[in-house]
Design a protein around this ligand. Structure first.
Ligand SMILES: *Cc1c(COP(=O)(O)O)cnc(C)c1O
Length: 333
């Protein structure tokens, strides 16, 4: 297919962003390996600068802007981590970021974006509301839109995680990837399938408002209602006018698994208690899927991508202490 990001663009992205990102470790999980009866490795991408893989796509996009574009500045809608990554990358490149977010974005993410010097706009109660604001401001002020997932430079940047997994473990058989708009899953799947065609790539979303899953089931991009979730970074739609990630996920993903809030909490707890890792909800969905037993055939070696660590630490403590059950039921639209 011509409308897919391939291995070449991902390898170029990898070279371009190398000086600006961390090559994160892929480590064995003894507990999960024992439990599954096959090798399970964790890609510790939550150790990435800015606390999530989003820096890879943001850096790859900003580094391809010319001087004039950088001077005018960049703008994006974000559930938090893209905004943080873009603010960081913009500052490093001598540019300025404006980030539009909905009320659903957690406070810890908003304040970190402010700290990085970006202009923050809180608008409406969904990603779609924030996106409208982005388009209006970009037109008025000549800002360059850097979308959170549906853009070739973003997908290629996120795909570098897949490249690193294959380089560290050439015989990889299964990769579990958190899935929302699909920039990460599309890029990782493109890299993995190019280097190791036999490997399976499985997307994991939360069961509350999984836009890509609903779209794949419908056969075209559809809108879903947005809910509060422990996996706040997985919120938002894929865009009804989706150009890249929908078709790539459709072709490249072998399956999409959905996890509940309780399962996500169990994933966060496992990461902390057995792996010594602090991850946010979205970063824990791969572990959650594995622990839930919802993945039908487990071919090893398995790599689970831990995508981010930007969780409110009070909430994290509550989850570790098993106090999140009440939050579960409180999670409303
Ligand atoms: C953005 C994000 C995701 C989902 O990435 P998409 O490219 O939108 O599918 C997963 N985990 C974390 C921590 C994120 O910030």
């Amino acid at each position: 297919m011509s409308d897919m990001i391939g291995e070449d663009l991902i390898k170029q992205a990898s070279e371009r962003i190398a000086p600006h990102v961390i090559r994160t470790p892929l480590v064995a999980s003894a507990v999960l390996s024992d439990r599954c009866g096959t090798q399970v490795h964790l890609k510790l991408e939550h150790h990435q600068l800015t606390g999530s893989f989003k820096l890879r796509g943001a850096a790859n996009a900003i580094l391809q802007l010319n001087l004039m574009e950088r001077q005018r500045g960049v703008i994006a809608a974000s559930t938090g981590n893209h905004g943080r990554a873009l603010s960081y990358a913009a500052r490093a490149a001598g540019s300025h970021a404006t980030i539009c977010m909905s009320h659903l974005v957690p406070k810890n993410k908003v304040s970190e974006i402010r700290r990085l010097g970006a202009t923050v706009r809180i608008v409406g109660s969904s990603q779609d509301d924030a996106q409208e604001d982005v388009e209006r401001l970009a037109a008025e002020d000549g800002l360059c839109i850097i979308p959170p997932f549906d853009h070739p430079h973003i997908i290629a940047g996120q795909g570098t995680v897949g490249l690193e997994i294959c380089e560290a473990m050439p015989r990889i058989a299964t990769v579990l990837v958190p899935l929302s708009g699909g920039g990460l899953a599309a890029g990782v799947a493109a890299a993995v399938k190019a280097l190791r065609p036999a490997a399976k790539v499985i997307g994991v979303s939360m069961d509350r408002g999984a836009a890509m899953k609903a779209s794949l089931d419908a056969g075209h991009p559809v809108q879903v209602k947005e809910f509060r979730s422990l996996a706040d970074s997985l919120g938002g739609g894929i865009g009804l006018a989706n150009v890249w990630t929908y078709s790539m996920c459709k072709v490249l993903l072998d399956d999409v698994v959905l996890v509940t809030e309780t399962e996500i909490a169990a994933g966060i707890r496992h990461a902390y208690q057995h792996e010594g890792e602090v991850v946010e909800g979205a970063g824990a969905v791969g572990i959650a899927a594995l622990l839930s037993g919802k993945i039908s055939r487990l071919d090893g070696p398995i790599a689970i991508l831990l995508s981010g660590r930007n969780i409110d630490m009070t909430l994290h403590r509550e989850i570790i202490n098993g106090l999140n059950a009440s939050r579960d039921t409180k999670c409303g639209p």
